[in-house]
Design a protein around this ligand. Structure first.
Ligand code: F6P
Length: 324
């Protein structure tokens, strides 16, 4: 009798709300297709170390609504080297793993591509609050992070208005302004700083002073982590420049990565998980699932890692217009 097809699943890089929903969808869809599922803990580090356990339908019960990742994660330096990748492939072969599903961000897709080039059947599922992965309109976790930011900014605006203050709020996004610009629109920010559209401190100060002169009771400045201007420095400078408002700042930090995923992220993760296993059933691999328009389709891992996800700068201009 032929051996059952065995698929491994891991989460890698920064965790993102909705990763658990994706794991659940992978496990249950694989079981429905008569496959074995092996959970790999601690991402690529665990793949090298052989941290494997078989997963059944009950192992993924009650996780749909949980943030983080039940499979745990890591940013593996060893896996960036060819030797680490070879060790991982040896461990996969020993365990009888026929294919691997990698849930993670840009770095994780680089790892997935490296495995694919070495002959492993790999499918990627994009998950990153930064939403900076080519091949998908949106990645798992970004919607939840935006809602977390929105909740925080709404609260900060209450106190900002009460004291006539300018509030600097730093969002995550090492190389991407997605979270900053989208929440800037959703929260009515006066100024948004993103890596994709550099702006000077003088221009920021002028925009804040202008908001004051137009009678605004507060100014919200959303600064993406990777904008090139440090929030702490900007807060001191704006305060010194006498723009009408006094200044305070809040760095939201890792709170943006946690929490129960939104309905949107649960649905997206479920769709990606199902589609990833269906790809294997059809004999497709070396690709990443992604949302394009309303449908889920695939982009080759080669294209994913050689292209950049660019945010639509129309959103940046929209944020400016709506800040009047
Ligand atoms: O998950 C992506 C991200 O949140 C980036 O926006 C941020 O720069 C980075 O992870 C922080 O990573 P770590 O948790 O390893 O400090």
């Amino acid at each position: 009798m032929a051996e059952k097809f065995t698929v491994g699943v891991l989460t890698s890089g920064g965790d993102a709300p909705g990763m658990n929903a994706a794991i659940r969808a992978v496990v249950r869809t694989a079981l429905a297709n008569n496959m074995n599922v092996i959970g790999v803990t601690h991402g690529y580090e665990g793949l090298i170390n052989g941290e494997f356990h078989e997963m059944g339908a009950r192992d993924v019960g009650g996780i749909l609504q949980r943030g983080g990742t039940i499979l745990l994660t890591s940013r593996s330096k060893r896996f960036m080297e060819s030797a680490g990748q070879r060790d991982a492939i040896r461990k996969m072969n020993e365990a009888g793993m026929d294919a691997l599903i990698v849930i993670g961000g840009e770095g994780s897709m680089n790892g997935a591509h490296a495995l694919s080039k070495k002959g492993v059947k790999v499918i990627g599922i994009p998950a990153s609050i930064d939403n900076d992965i080519y091949g998908t309109h949106i990645a798992i976790g970004a919607d939840t992070a935006m809602n977390t930011i929105m909740d925080a900014v709404d609260k900060l605006r209450d106190t900002a208005s009460s004291h006539s203050r300018a509030f600097l709020i730093e969002t995550m996004g090492r190389n991407s302004g997605y979270l900053a610009v989208m929440t800037g629109i959703a929260c009515g920010a006066e100024v948004v700083l993103i890596p994709e559209a550099p702006i000077t401190i003088d221009e920021i100060a002028a925009a804040v002073e202008d908001a004051y002169k137009r009678g605004k009771t507060h100014a919200i400045i959303v600064n993406a982590e990777g904008s090139g201007i440090r929030t702490t420095d900007l807060a001191v400078k704006i305060d010194e420049m006498d723009v009408g408002f006094t200044t305070r700042m809040t760095i939201l930090g890792h709170i943006q990565r946690g929490g129960s995923p939104t309905a949107y992220d649960r649905l997206l993760a479920s769709r990606f998980g199902v589609k990833a296993v269906e790809a294997l059933v059809e004999g497709t691999h070396g690709v990443m699932t992604g949302l394009r328009g309303k449908g889920v389709d695939f982009t080759s891992l080669e294209d994913v890692i050689t292209n950049k996800h660019r945010i639509n700068l129309e959103y940046y201009h929209m944020a400016k217009v709506l800040a009047r």
